[in-house]
Design a protein around this ligand. Structure first.
Ligand SMILES: [Zn+2]
Length: 209
């Protein structure tokens, strides 16, 4: 089984201002659901891992969270994709738990649930804290980098230099950077196809035309 662990806000749906309180406020990012469908069709399963401390803080309830994820699953089905499960930390900052980022509990739960070694699992997020936790648990980190201000027409006068200088700090070593979930999916599919071709060559199973 091939598995990717996806963050939610800022990875699959628009991040909003701090937290997403309702299904109406849960809006997929352009191309994100189609990216998950492409991964699925290439034999890669996806799960979501995210902090939902708004539950612990009483900002929304479990029914609202279920409605958000119901909407996500429904829209994904329409796009031809699916996520296997959503793993989340419901705790607030004052709770003592091992699943709140940047702790590694959520990722370890996922590895146990699916019987996978975490070094074989990729984690993808726009949030460096999420990647720190995933990498600390052993996963391969992939950052979705928000479009640099320099590339946004509406903020042309606030331009920052693009490239390495605009990367957020404290990324785990070896983090790969992609523009969005679509670019991540394309990278995974191409990388795995090349790896499979290389393995076939080595095994002497190449078809000679
Ligand atoms: Zn927790």
């Amino acid at each position: 089984m091939k598995l990717v662990i996806l963050d939610r806000d800022g990875t699959i749906n628009a991040a909003g201002d701090g937290f997403i309180p309702s299904a109406d406020d849960w809006q997929p990012l352009p191309g994100a659901l189609e990216a998950i469908a492409r991964l699925n069709h290439a034999g890669v399963q996806a799960v979501v891992a995210c902090d939902q401390s708004g539950l612990g803080r009483g900002l929304f309830d479990v029914a609202a969270l279920n409605a958000m994820h119901g909407k996500m699953h429904k829209l994904l089905t329409m796009a031809g994709g699916r996520v296997e499960a959503v793993f989340f930390c419901p705790h607030g900052p004052e709770d003592v738990c091992n699943c709140r980022l940047p702790q590694t509990g959520l990722f370890e739960q996922i590895g146990e649930r699916y019987g996978l070694d975490l070094p074989d699992v990729r984690v993808c997020s726009s949030n460096p804290l999420h990647l720190q936790a995933g990498a600390a648990a052993g996963c391969e980190p992939h950052l979705l980098r928000p479009v640099p201000a320099a590339d946004r027409a509406d903020q042309a006068d606030l331009a920052e230099p693009a490239g390495e200088a605009s990367l957020p700090p404290a990324l785990p070593p070896g983090t790969r950077v992609h523009a969005d979930l679509g670019a991540f999916a394309d990278w995974v599919i191409e990388h795995d196809a090349l790896a499979a071709a290389a393995a076939n060559l080595q095994a002497g199973t190449r078809h000679v035309p």
